[in-house]
Design a protein around this ligand. Structure first.
Ligand code: HAM
Length: 410
């Protein structure tokens, strides 16, 4: 038997219901905030991710599904969605058009990580990207949008917040941090020693406990922000407090992707184990220019759908549509004909196997139908159909006209 690859799951039945329920809520909230759907290819040039996510990041350095295609192009399965949206934004010349452009997307992402609970090699993200707004109000709006989605799904969270500064305050801080780490070089892990040369800021979110105890005393960027970043970070916190959104400052929150500046945030859940990040994002004002577009401020976030599916509280009553079946072989043709007609306006699950009423009721319950509709010899002769409302348990015999006119809300 051929099985799916490690870390790559099928989504079906009950999981699929959770998956589509998540998407319906997230899409509805995205529309409320004025975002439009964008679909970008799953396969992109490897260079796109090297330049945006960063060569020194774990994602690009260790986790890409990268290969040379039949036309000798160096391509890879996207490990995240932001880079592709930025590429499309520039390719469609929206950076030149100016104004504000807001997009949302969802789809599979691929990272060759060590699979474990909550960490997959193929996983799905729902993400949003906003271009053209420099004000920190948009950052707040992004955080509120993620918070709205989580609230509507009944998911509790903690919000972690940090500022990664800008071109003015980050370089001197980086040097400060390198000096600190160099003093402690003999006591930190191999990965951190490597990071000092490639991407020093990433040492701060090293998972090694010994490293963490050393970095507890490392200089903090929020104490070295330039006046502009400092003012914006203060405004961000005031606006969040005014909006009733609780947060905690995490000076070690640096994110695993290199394109961020200023605001960085992560939503974590305490109910799903060690892979606790359910959403993450921030501002990336330099990325459009870095990918050869006109300088454009931008901010966004993405949520991990599989991790959220563990936490979603599904609405209680999800019965919907009609289940239709025949009691005898002789009534099957009529049932099929009526089902086709009913489908022009309603959802109908059709059962082709004649069986007794008890078994039809069981089958209707299994597919979560609202109405179980059955035709036997008597109904065939009388020109009627027997209908049971599985929600309020009432039973009726209806004429064909009454059946076609029947609505779920009545
Ligand atoms: P990210 O933090 O790398 O950010 O991923 C966002 C979310 O995807 C995570 O919070 C997590 O829920 C989920 N996720 C990541 N890796 C895995 C995995 N291996 N298995 C299951 N779920 C996973 C980004 O990707 C940025 N593009 C977000 C962004 C959008 N920033 C600005 N705009």
């Amino acid at each position: 038997m051929i099985s799916s690859l490690r870390g790559m799951n099928d989504i079906l039945s009950e999981d699929y219901e959770r998956f589509t329920y998540f998407l319906s809520v997230a899409t509805k909230v995205a529309h409320r905030y004025g975002f439009h759907f964008i679909e970008t290819p799953i396969l992109e040039e490897t260079a796109l991710f090297k330049r945006s996510v960063g060569e020194s990041s774990d994602i690009v350095g260790k986790e890409m599904y990268q290969f040379i295609d039949k036309g000798e192009n160096d391509v890879c399965l996207r490990p995240e969605g932001t880079a592709g949206v930025v590429r499309a934004f520039i390719q469609k010349k929206l950076d030149r058009a100016g104004g504000i452009h807001r997009f949302f997307y969802h789809g599979p992402m691929f990272r060759y990580e060590r699979p474990q609970k909550g960490r997959l090699r193929q996983f799905h993200q729902f993400g949003v990207e906003s271009f053209g707004v420099e004000s920190v109000h948009e950052d707040v709006s992004m955080i509120m949008m993620a918070s709205d989605i989580l609230r509507e799904l009944g998911i509790g969270y903690r919000l972690k917040l940090n500022s990664l500064g800008c071109n003015e305050c980050m370089p001197p801080y980086r040097q400060n941090l390198i000096n600190f780490v160099t003093v402690h070089k003999e006591h930190i892990c191999e990965d951190c020693i490597r990071r000092v040369d490639t991407n020093p800021i990433r040492v701060l979110d090293c998972k090694n406990e010994k490293c963490q105890s050393i970095y507890a005393n490392a200089p903090k960027l929020i104490n070295h922000l330039c006046p502009n970043c400092n003012g914006e970070f203060a405004t961000l916190q005031t606006l969040l407090t005014q909006s009733g959104i609780a947060y905690e400052i995490d000076t070690h929150l640096v994110r695993g992707l290199d394109y961020y500046s200023k605001t960085a945030f992560e939503f974590v859940s305490d109910d799903i184990g060690s892979q606790s990040a359910i959403a993450g994002g921030g501002r990336y004002d330099r990325l459009v220019e870095f990918l050869d577009g006109r300088p454009t401020p931008a901010v966004g976030f993405a949520m991990g759908i599989e991790r959220l599916m563990e936490l979603i509280i599904m609405p209680q009553n999800s019965r919907d549509g009609y289940y239709m079946g025949a009691m005898d072989e002789s009534t099957l043709d009529l049932v099929v004909k009526m089902a086709h007609q009913k489908r022009s306006s309603d959802k109908v699950v059709l059962d082709y196997k004649p069986k007794n009423l008890k078994n039809h009721l069981k089958a209707a319950d299994k597919v979560n139908a609202r109405f179980c509709c059955v035709i036997g010899e008597d109904e065939l002769q009388n020109g009627t159909i027997w209908v049971k409302d599985l929600e309020d348990k009432t039973e009726k015999t209806l004429s064909h006209e009454e059946f076609y006119a029947l609505k779920e809300t009545l």
